[in-house]
Design a protein around this ligand. Structure first.
Ligand SMILES: NC(=O)c1ccc[n+]([C@@H]2O[C@H](COP(=O)([O-])OP(=O)(O)OC[C@H]3O[C@@H](n4cnc5c(N)ncnc54)[C@H](O)[C@@H]3O)[C@@H](O)[C@H]2O)c1
Length: 403
C-alpha cells in the first residue's frame, strides 16, 4: 500500500485537528512530510514536530524546494486559500482545503481549471458532505425516494465573543490588506448547514445545486465586527427550490440547532426535531404515506472522514474506490466534496456581500462578560429566529425591531 506523503499548511487553528488525527491515530498509510506554518513558536506548541523530526517551513515554496507531497491539507486563513491551492496543485499535490475554498466563485472556477491541468484533485472540507448518513440521504434523494424537492430550511447559531474575534487578524472582517475575506457566521463557523442544503439538492453525488437567486437580512450586533454577525438568508436553488437559513453569533445560549427541515413531494426529512424527549440529532424522514424512517443506524464515519477520503483518493492507482456510504461504492477518484460543491455557497457569500448590513439597535443588545470573555447578545434573538424558521420569514417580517 502506497504511503501518502502529507503537507499540513496551517496547524495553529482548525488545522490542529488534522495534526492530531495524523499524530495521535497513527494512520499507517499516511506520513506528515512537512508543515507550513508561520507561528514563531510552532515548535514549542507542537513538540511532536521535533519528536517526529518533521520539518517546518514558512512558505509552501520552501517546502516544495526540498520535498514533494501527495496531499496538501490547507487550514490557513480564508484569503490565502486560493493562491496556496494553485501552488500545491502546480507542484503535483492533491489538495484538501478547508472551507470556504476561496473567496469568489470566479476563483473557484480557476481552481477547477487548475485541477484539470494538473491531473490532481482539490477537495473542500465541508465535513457534512463526507458523513455517510448524509450521503445515504443524498443517494435516496437522487434515486427519487422522496420525489421532487419543495423547500429546504435550517437554523444554526453559535455564541462567539471577543476571544473568537481576537484570535487572528481576519475574523469578522470583510477585507484584510485589500484581500476579500467576507468572514461571517454564514461563511465560516455556521457555513455547513447552508452548504449542505445545496449539496443535497445537487443532481449528482459530487455536485451541489446552483443558486438562481440569493437575498437576505444582515445585521451587526457586535461592533468589533466589520461584516455581519447575524443573518437570515433566502435563496432559490435550481428547480425553483426555496432555501431559508438563519444564523448568528449573538445569542444567549451557547448554541441553537442545528435544526433542519427538507420538504419533498413524498415526505419531509427532519434534523434536530423534538418528538417530546429533546431534539433528535439524526436525519428522520416522515413520509406522506404515514411511514417513518431514520438514518441513525448508518455509521457516520470518522469525525475527520474528509481526511481519510482524501488520503484514500490521493493513494490513487492502488485503490481509487471510496465507499459512499456503507454498502454502496463510487469509483470516484476524488473526494465527494469537490470545488463545484463549494461554488453555490460561495455565490451566496458574494451575493450577501453586496447587501446592506444593519447595526442592531442598542435597546436590543445586552453586553455580557462571562468566563473571561465578552459577548454581545441580541435580547430577543431566540424568539425571533424561532418564529422566522417556523414561518420562513425574515426578522423584519417577524417584527424583530432590530433595524
Ligand atoms: N470545517 C470546519 O468545521 C472548520 C472549523 C473552523 C475553521 N475552519 C476553516 O479553517 C480555516 C482556518 O481557520 P482558523 O479559524 O483555524 O484560522 P486561524 O487564523 O485561527 O488559524 C490559521 C493558522 O494558519 C496559520 N497561517 C497563517 N498564515 C499562514 C501562511 N501563510 N502559511 C501557513 N500557515 C499560515 C496561522 O499561524 C494559524 O496557525 C478557515 O478556512 C476556516 O473557515 C473550518
Amino acid at each position: 500500500m502506497k504511503e501518502v506523503k502529507i503537507l499540513l499548511a496551517g496547524i495553529g487553528g482548525y488545522g490542529i485537528n488534522y495534526w492530531k488525527e495524523l499524530t495521535e491515530k497513527n494512520i499507517p498509510e499516511a506520513k506528515i512530510e512537512g508543515v507550513c506554518e508561520v507561528m514563531p513558536d510552532v515548535r514549542t506548541r507542537f513538540p511532536g514536530l521535533n519528536e517526529r523530526q518533521i520539518p517546518v517551513y514558512q512558505t509552501l515554496e520552501e517546502f516544495y524546494a526540498e520535498h514533494d507531497a501527495d496531499l496538501a491539507v490547507i487550514s490557513t486563513p480564508i484569503h490565502l486559500h486560493y493562491q496556496q491551492i494553485l501552488t500545491c496543485l502546480g507542484k503535483g499535490s492533491n489538495v484538501l482545503a478547508e472551507k470556504p475554498v476561496c473567496t469568489s466563485a470566479e476563483g473557484a472556477q480557476r481552481i477547477i481549471e487548475a485541477e484539470a491541468a494538473s491531473g490532481r484533485f482539490a477537495a473542500v472540507g465541508y465535513q457534512l458532505n463526507y458523513q455517510r448518513d448524509v450521503l445515504a440521504l443524498k443517494k435516496d434523494i437522487l434515486e427519487g425516494r422522496f420525489g421532487k424537492p419543495i423547500l429546504m430550511k435550517a437554523l444554526h447559531a453559535m455564541s462567539r465573543g471577543r476571544s473568537y474575534y481576537q484570535r487572528n487578524h481576519w475574523a469578522g472582517r470583510k477585507t484584510v490588506n485589500g484581500c476579500t475575506v467576507n468572514d461571517s457566521p454564514f461563511n465560516n463557523a455556521c457555513a455547513h448547514q447552508f452548504q449542505n442544503m445545496t449539496f443535497l439538492l445537487g443532481q449528482v453525488l459530487d455536485q451541489a445545486a446552483s443558486l438562481l437567486h440569493t437575498e437576505g437580512e444582515l445585521y451587526r450586533a457586535n461592533n468589533q465586527v466589520e461584516n455581519f454577525d447575524t443573518a437570515a438568508v433566502y435563496a432559490v436553488a435550481e428547480g425553483a427550490v426555496p432555501i431559508y437559513y438563519y444564523t448568528t453569533h449573538n445569542l444567549k445560549t451557547p448554541k441553537l440547532g442545528p435544526i433542519a427541515e427538507y420538504r419533498f413531494e413524498k415526505g419531509t426529512i427532519y434534523y434536530g426535531k423534538d418528538y417530546g424527549q429533546g431534539p433528535v440529532m439524526e436525519y428522520v424522514a416522515e413520509m406522506k404515506d404515514g411511514s417513518c424512517f431514520s438514518y441513525a443506524d448508518i455509521a457516520k464515519g470518522e469525525r475527520l472522514q474528509k481526511l481519510y477520503d482524501a488520503i484514500q483518493c490521493a493513494r490513487g492507482g492502488d485503490d481509487p474506490i471510496v465507499e459512499y456510504p456503507a454498502g454502496r461504492h463510487s469509483t470516484m477518484a476524488h473526494p465527494v466534496c469537490t470545488v463545484s460543491c463549494a461554488v453555490p455557497h460561495l455565490q451566496a457569500v458574494e451575493a450577501l456581500a453586496k447587501l446592506p448590513v444593519y447595526p442592531v439597535r442598542d435597546e436590543y443588545l445586552n453586553h455580557v462578560q462571562e468566563a473571561g470573555d465578552e459577548f454581545c447578545r441580541i435580547t430577543n434573538l431566540e424568539e425571533v429566529f424561532t418564529l422566522c424558521y417556523q414561518n420562513q420569514i425574515m426578522p423584519s417580517q417577524a417584527e424583530a425591531g432590530w433595524k
